[in-house]
Write a protein that binds this ligand. Structure first.
Ligand code: G6P
Length: 510
């Protein structure tokens, strides 16, 4: 349960949140209906806010069959989910913190075009610079149709639900839209609810205008104009916010102010803002103190750290943007060039399969397996394989590994923020070194305490890993302590507070 108290900010408007993944998920097992809390930083940050506001509602997609059933039973209106001590659906008055949730059900074919064709890969790939361009992407009639009948149709369905909820609150509400799934929503909601205050926070990188020129012209214009329906467009870094403003100028010909980061759209001023998202250190401390984590720590120490050995760790979704393959190639190069490390350094990779319906993601998992097999075959010594690859989603195991690793590798090709780096900074007890891509948003805050990685330069990454592994202990602890201080003083609560302060100003309250 979060101790968030939005009353500190005198938030005077009811709140309507929108994200593709919701705060809870319903499933069914032998005992009947189960409810679990959604994972991840965004859910805990926004739940902390929504739980404390009586008149808040969270609009999200019905992600499981049981979600669809729950949505059907409530005939399209919102449900109330008590979140503490454990999540459950409530009929009457809750006796603990609760969130009102509106599950939106869309046609499965439209959703597949929305999620697995347009959101991932197209928008994700453009915003993370993942297209090779010589052969992909290709936009045929099929992709144009998938945009219309998938991305736009699903955006419209979610926008209608948001409009409904705003109207139910008298037409005046603070609307917080999240991420790249919903670029068309703000404009539609503004049209229907001109008194709403709208903000759209984008959790992934925003590249410059030339990257966006990959998209068909009509589509990129619609996406940009859709977003410009917001009062504030939020990003994790100044670079992304600047790129967004430049796109408005170059791709739509709108007047901008690059210093103030504003775009003028007819008689309105749209503000681009940057607020780096962060973690909840108190929640991490509590997880770390649990018996489950302690048991994992003992086991991991035994497997990876006896005989003065060292451990490199990565924890990621199997996403091409995470650059897992080049990370292993760099580790292979390190062992080739420093044979004395073979048998002395292990690499534990905890990877969560992700978006496996998208062919590019499925192919990527196969490639990861092949590279790991090859490096393990080359460098196994005395029966000990250098890479331990586990496809699991197990947060207590990840926290245990965070606390004892010598090096965390984050070598993303591009990453909006990367919260794993922040989690390790808070949790590590071994003077763990952050080996951090210059292309991760987290590098803006933590780069000075990290060893910087260049994600395309395998030799540079191998050298940087060597620097990290051989860094004097005192220096390792000094850097880690500084990184932990930075994260603890810039936590997720601050991310939210700073946004609300901004919005209060826009809404004319501050
Ligand atoms: C990123 C995005 C989120 C998304 C998450 C997991 O962090 O910014 O919006 O929910 O990845 O991806 P998935 O496709 O599984 O929701």
């Amino acid at each position: 349960m979060s101790d968030f108290n939005p009353l500190d900010l005198s938030l005077d408007l009811p709140l309507v949140l929108l994200s593709n993944r919701g705060p809870v998920r319903f499933d069914r097992d032998a005992t009947g209906r189960t409810v679990t809390r959604g994972a991840g930083g965004l859910v805990s940050a926004l739940s902390g806010l929504a739980e404390h506001l009586d008149d808040a509602v969270w609009v999200c997609g019905a992600a499981s069959e049981e979600d669809v059933a729950v949505a059907g039973e409530s005939a399209g209106s919102s449900i109330l989910v008590q979140t503490y001590p454990s999540p459950r659906l409530v009929e009457g008055d809750p006796d603990g913190p609760a969130i009102r949730v509106r599950l939106v059900v869309t046609d499965p074919t439209a959703y597949a075009d929305f999620y697995s064709v347009w959101s991932n890969p197209v928008l994700w790939f453009i915003q993370h610079g993942l297209y090779g361009r010589s052969l992909s992407p290709v936009f045929t009639r099929a992709e144009h149709d998938a945009f219309e009948n998938g991305y736009a149709a699903v955006n419209r369905a979610y926008a209608d639900a948001v409009v409904d909820e705003v109207r139910a609150r008298g037409g005046k509400a603070l609307v917080l839209l999240q991420d790249y799934h919903f670029y068309l929503v703000a404009d539609w909601v503004r049209e229907q609810c001109p008194d709403a205050v709208l903000t759209h926070f984008i959790h992934i990188p925003w590249p410059g205008p030339d990257e966006w020129r990959i998209l068909p012209a009509d589509i990129r214009e619609r996406l940009l104009r859709g977003l410009l329906g917001s009062d504030v467009v939020g990003f994790h870094t100044r670079r992304y916010a600047r790129n967004f403003v430049l796109c408005a100028q170059e791709l739509l010909g709108l007047p901008i102010d690059l210093e103030q980061l504003t775009v003028t759209v007819a008689d309105r001023v749209v503000r681009a803002r940057y607020h780096p998202i962060s973690v909840d250190p108190a929640a991490l401390d509590a997880t770390q103190a649990s018996e489950e984590v302690a048991a994992h720590v003992a086991m991991l120490r035994y497997i990876f750290l006896d005989d003065d050995r060292q451990l490199i760790l990565r924890v990621d979704r199997t996403d091409p943007s995470k650059n897992v393959v080049r990370g292993f190639l760099a580790f292979g190069t390190l062992l080739d060039q420093h044979p004395e490390l073979v048998g002395k350094v292990s690499f534990l990779a905890l990877l969560q399969p992700s978006r496996t319906d998208v062919p590019e993601y499925a192919d990527y998992i196969a490639l990861i397996g092949a590279v790991v097999a090859e490096i393990n075959a080359r460098h196994t010594k005395e029966g000990r394989q250098p890479i331990d690859l586990r496809m699991v989603e197990d947060f207590p195991l990840a926290v245990a590994a965070y606390s004892i690793c010598d090096v965390l590798i984050v070598n993303a090709i591009a990453d909006g923020m990367n919260l794993v780096a922040k989690e390790v900074a808070v949790v590590n007890r071994r003077g763990g070194v952050l080996a951090l891509s210059e292309m991760a948003g987290a590098h803006e805050e933590l780069g000075e305490f990290a060893v910087t990685l260049h994600p395309f330069d395998v030799q540079q990454m191998a050298d940087a890993l060597y620097t990290a592994l051989t860094m004097p202990m005192e220096e390792r602890h000094r850097r880690l302590a500084a990184a932990a201080r930075q994260v603890r003083t810039h936590d997720v609560r601050r991310w939210l507070d700073d946004q609300l302060v901004d919005l209060r100003r826009v809404a004319g309250f501050g």
